[in-house]
Design a protein around this ligand. Structure first.
Ligand SMILES: C[S@@+](CC[C@H](N)C(=O)[O-])C[C@H]1O[C@@H](n2cnc3c(N)ncnc32)[C@H](O)[C@@H]1O
Length: 265
């Protein structure tokens, strides 16, 4: 089989772009090499067969290559953590804007997953104190791999814990991209490979978000910044209706869809 034929074979189960990424991953070469050596014969590749099986099982390519691009960086990813979504870059930008109000911002992230949010914050805010939790041991393992890769192991305290249980410190900012999909929502096949406790937020979907709002009040946090589902703006507004706060702003993603909020308590 030639490189060109292998690319065609993979493309049948994905896209030409993904086929190029996957074959360069198998051959450990760059994509230019594939273009320049289209006619090169490949030996029977066990790895190619394995990848074709994974694609038939609808495995996202990020879980096959163990790599994901996010915020112009390459992170390690595995099936134990949610694949970072591009819209979460906006959540990070919102935190960075707010963090400017503090000399040494104390930031807690609930649900660190692969580590993308806390790591980008630590890299961009050299004076920040960062702490993060997750209920998933597997996710924490992946976050730690990324923290080491970006040399921020000593900048982020990480706890295997629910919400901020067992954490006594106070924070200026709580940030979270929590699970916010309703439990009975029928996911597309590809999403079934992602950890379900990273996606489902309860019967309605907004339960974890509401718990995080309550927690921010209990902890007298100054700002809460969260990603949310496209249809949760009204639910959050209603939940905060009779509460005291200074300001509530919502932001949209690049498709113009409501995607998160910044609550100044
Ligand atoms: C949507 S994922 C976000 C992961 C990562 N922060 C990102 O943006 O890609 C939600 C994460 O929250 C974690 N999680 C769910 N419930 C939690 C809880 N009660 N306390 C802490 N983490 C929780 C999940 O294990 C998962 O890693």
């Amino acid at each position: 089989m030639t490189i060109k034929e292998a690319l065609e074979e993979i493309s049948k189960l994905s896209s030409p772009k993904e086929a190029t990424i996957l074959l360069s991953h198998i051959l450990n070469c760059d994509t230019i090499y594939l273009i320049l050596n289209e006619k090169k014969e490949l030996k029977k590749l066990k790895k190619l067969d394995e990848i074709l099986i994974k694609l038939k099982q609808n495995t996202p390519i990020e879980y096959i290559t163990n790599k994901v691009s996010f915020y112009s960086q390459e992170f390690f990813i595995g099936e134990g953590a949610l694949i970072p979504r591009p819209e979460t870059e906006i959540l990070i930008d919102e935190v960075l804007k707010v963090a400017k109000n503090f000399e040494t911002p104390r930031i807690a992230e609930i649900g660190i997953g692969s580590g993308i949010i806390s790591i980008i914050l630590a890299l961009n805010l050299p004076t920040a104190h960062c702490l993060a939790t997750d209920i998933s041991f597997e996710a924490i393992k992946i976050a730690k791999i990324n923290m080491k890769k970006f040399e921020v192991e000593n900048r982020i305290k990480i706890f295997h814990s629910s919400y901020l249980d067992g954490v006594a410190e106070d924070f200026d900012i709580i940030v979270s991209n929590p699970p916010y999909v309703a439990n009975n929502f029928k996911l597309e096949k590809k999403l079934s490979h992602e950890p379900q406790n990273a996606l489902f937020g309860g019967e309605i979907g907004d339960e974890i978000l509401k718990n995080i709002i309550d927690l921010s009040y209990e902890r007298k946090t100054k700002y809460l910044i969260c990603e949310m589902g496209y249809d949760q703006k009204e639910k959050i507004e209603n939940y905060l209706k009779n509460r005291d706060y200074e300001k509530l702003d919502f932001y949209k993603d690049l498709a113009g869809i409501d995607r998160g909020f910044i609550l100044k308590l």
